[in-house]
Design a binder for this molecule. Structure first.
Ligand code: PAP
Length: 335
C-alpha cells in the first residue's frame, strides 16, 4: 500500500508538472501558481502552509517581498513584542537579539517552518518554537497576500505588518544578495561573475521572479491595507529610515504594545538595538547560517536609501519607474 506521504508527494509533483514554467536569472526553475511565480520547493511549502496553518487571534505575521527590510522589521517587532521580558536598558545580556539571528527568532514560514526539504539543524528548533510557542507568535512570510492561508485573512485578531521599499533599491539589494548566493552559477549558467544587471532589470519588470512580481506583491498588500487598516499595517523602508521614532511607535501601537507618551527612552533603545551597524557586528550575525546556505552576515549590507543610483543607468531607472507608474500609481502608491 502506498504511504500517505508518498501519495502527497505524487500529488504535489503532478500539480507542479501541470503548472506554467519559466526560469529566473537562467538559474532557478519557477512555476506559476495563483498568478505568482515560485521556486518549486517554496511552492510546496506555500501549499502546506496554506492548507495546514491555523492562525490564532494573537498571532503577528510580518510580510515582505525579498530585500525590502525584512531583517530590520523582524528585529524591531521582536524587540517591541518582547519588551515586557527585557528591561530595555543598555544591558546586552538581556537582549534577545544577542542570542540569535533575527531570522532564527522570527522564522520565515515557507522557508524555515513548512519547508519540505531536508531540515538543516536549526530548522527543527525553529519549527518547535513556532508551533508550540506561548502566544503571541511572531512569524514572517515572503508569500503574496493571494496565497496566504484563509485563517490568516479571516482571523479578526491576527495582524499583518508589511514592509515595502523603493523598487530600484530593492532590486539592487537583491542583485547583490543573489549574486553572492549564486556566485558559481551566474553568467547564464556557470561562468561566474555577477548576473548582468540589465537582464536583472528585465526580469524584475516582467514579474517572472522568485515570489512573483514585486509590483503585484506590493500593490496587493497595499490595497488590502487600505481596506482593512486595523488588520494590515503597511510600512515603507524609507519612512522608517527617515522618521524612525514615529514609525516604530506606530508599529508598536498597531501591535497593541504602545510606548507611553513619556517613553522616549524605550523607543530609542529599540532603535539602538536594531540599528544596522549594531546588528551587523553582533557575533550571532557575523557567523553561522539560519537560512541555509545564506550566511547570517549576508542580510546586512549598506541599508542606504538611494544606493541604486550607484548601479543603475538612466535607461534602467526609466524602465523601473515606468513599471511603478503602471503598476503602483493606479492604487495611489508611490515608492
Ligand atoms: P530578506 O528579505 O532576504 O530577509 P532584507 O532584510 O529584507 O532581506 O533585506 C536586506 C536589506 O536590508 C539590505 O539592504 P541593502 O542591500 O540595500 O544594504 C540590508 O543592508 C538592510 N538591512 C538589514 N538590517 C537592517 C537594519 N537593521 N536597518 C536598516 N537596514 C537593514
Amino acid at each position: 500500500m502506498q504511504s500517505s506521504s508518498t501519495s502527497k508527494d505524487d500529488e504535489e509533483n503532478a500539480l507542479l508538472n501541470s503548472l506554467p514554467k519559466a526560469r529566473f536569472w537562467n538559474i532557478v526553475e519557477l512555476r506559476q501558481w495563483d498568478g505568482y511565480w515560485f521556486e518549486p520547493g517554496l511552492l510546496k511549502s506555500a501549499i502546506t502552509f496554506r492548507s495546514s496553518f491555523h492562525a490564532r487571534n494573537d498571532d503577528v505575521l510580518l510580510a515582505s517581498p525579498i530585500k525590502t527590510g525584512t531583517t530590520w522589521l523582524k528585529s524591531l517587532s521582536l524587540c517591541i513584542m518582547t519588551r515586557n521580558l527585557q528591561t530595555l536598558d543598555e544591558d546586552e545580556e538581556d537582549d534577545i537579539l544577542t542570542k540569535g539571528s533575527p531570522h532564527f527568532h522570527v522564522p520565515t514560514v515557507e522557508i524555515s517552518v513548512y519547508s519540505t526539504e531536508e531540515a538543516a539543524p536549526p530548522r527543527a528548533a525553529i519549527y518547535e518554537a513556532a508551533a508550540s510557542a506561548a502566544a503571541p507568535r511572531l512569524l514572517h512570510t515572503h508569500l503574496p497576500y493571494a496565497v496566504l492561508p484563509d485563517s490568516v485573512k479571516e482571523s479578526e485578531g491576527c495582524k499583518i505588518v508589511y514592509i515595502a521599499r523603493n523598487p530600484k533599491d530593492t532590486l539592487i539589494s537583491m542583485w547583490h544578495f543573489l549574486n553572492s548566493q549564486f556566485e558559481t552559477l551566474t553568467d547564464g549558467g556557470g561562468g561566474g561573475g555577477p548576473f548582468p544587471l540589465e537582464d536583472a532589470v528585465d526580469c524584475f519588470c516582467s514579474g517572472v521572479h522568485i515570489y512573483g512580481s514585486f509590483f503585484d506583491h506590493v500593490a496587493e498588500y497595499w490595497a488590502e491595507s487600505r481596506k482593512r487598516p486595523e488588520k494590515i499595517l503597511f510600512v515603507k523602508y524609507e519612512d522608517l529610515k527617515c522618521e524612525p521614532k514615529r514609525y516604530v511607535s506606530e508599529i508598536a501601537e498597531f501591535l497593541g504594545r504602545p510606548f507611553g507618551e513619556e517613553d522616549e527612552v524605550g523607543v530609542n533603545e529599540v532603535l539602538r538595538r536594531c540599528s544596522l551597524e549594531r546588528l551587523k557586528n553582533l557575533e550571532v550575525n557575523k557567523t553561522g547560517s539560519v537560512v541555509f546556505p545564506c550566511p547570517n552576515s549576508s542580510y546586512f549590507r549598506k541599508g542606504e536609501v538611494g544606493d541604486s543610483k550607484n548601479y543603475l543607468t538612466a535607461e534602467m531607472e526609466r524602465r523601473i519607474d515606468e513599471t511603478s507608474r503602471l503598476k503602483l500609481e493606479p492604487f495611489g502608491l508611490f515608492l
